[in-house]
Design a protein around this ligand. Structure first.
Ligand SMILES: [Zn+2]
Length: 197
């Protein structure tokens, strides 16, 4: 059978036809990953020309970081930002040089791909800013009400909502400032607590 499923061909050849250019790409510091990356681009629907340009951007990033001694597993948002700065004045001599928008896109996509295949570690989740008053509230609930973590977790969003509406300065908390006609009375407070029979 001469029929070959195009998906089974090394995917780089879909975007880069010339053997010479394929070799250049494979010999670039990101060469080991170009086929997987090209396959990923193909799956994402990149047509031939934009895909070529994105691949160039990826190889450009790899060259730029390699001469600076930054290994692939250290590519992160900071590196991408510096690279975007470099693109404005790029005077590289290698075949992947360029300043068009695909360069930046290619660099970003390459890092996303490397993260996906586990070369670049996952982005650390943004630590959520927890106001000290929320932390103190949670501690108080655990200590004085003896509630479980899941109960604390249920209350925390309400506290945050309250703080968003009324601000973190307790001295300024008045029913009017918080859009209420009055505070809930003690009965309401007790009803909300776990100790009511
Ligand atoms: Zn450059």
């Amino acid at each position: 059978m001469s029929f070959i499923d195009p998906k089974e061909v090394a995917m780089l050849t879909f975007y880069v036809e010339s053997d010479f250019k394929q070799r250049q790409m494979r010999q670039s510091p990101v060469g080991l990953h170009v086929d997987g990356f090209a396959e990923w681009l193909r799956a994402a629907g990149y047509k031939r020309r934009p895909g070529q340009l994105v691949l160039r951007g990826a190889a450009h990033l790899a060259h730029w970081t390699s001469v600076r001694g930054v290994p692939l597993d250290r590519l992160d948002a900071g590196v991408l930002e510096s690279f975007a700065g470099h693109l404005r004045t790029c005077a590289c001599r290698h075949p992947f040089r360029g300043r068009d928008r695909y360069q930046r896109d290619g660099a970003q996509r390459m890092v996303a791909y490397l993260r996906r295949v586990g070369v670049v570690p996952p982005t650390p989740a943004e630590p959520e800013t927890v106001l000290p008053v929320v932390t103190r509230f949670s501690q108080w609930m655990r200590q004085h009400r003896g509630v479980t973590e899941s109960t604390v977790a249920n209350y925390v969003p309400l506290v945050k909502e309250f703080l968003a509406a009324c601000g973190a300065d307790a001295a300024a908390w008045t029913p009017a400032a918080c859009g209420r006609s009055s505070w809930p009375g003690p009965a309401g407070m007790v009803a909300a607590g776990p100790s009511r029979p």
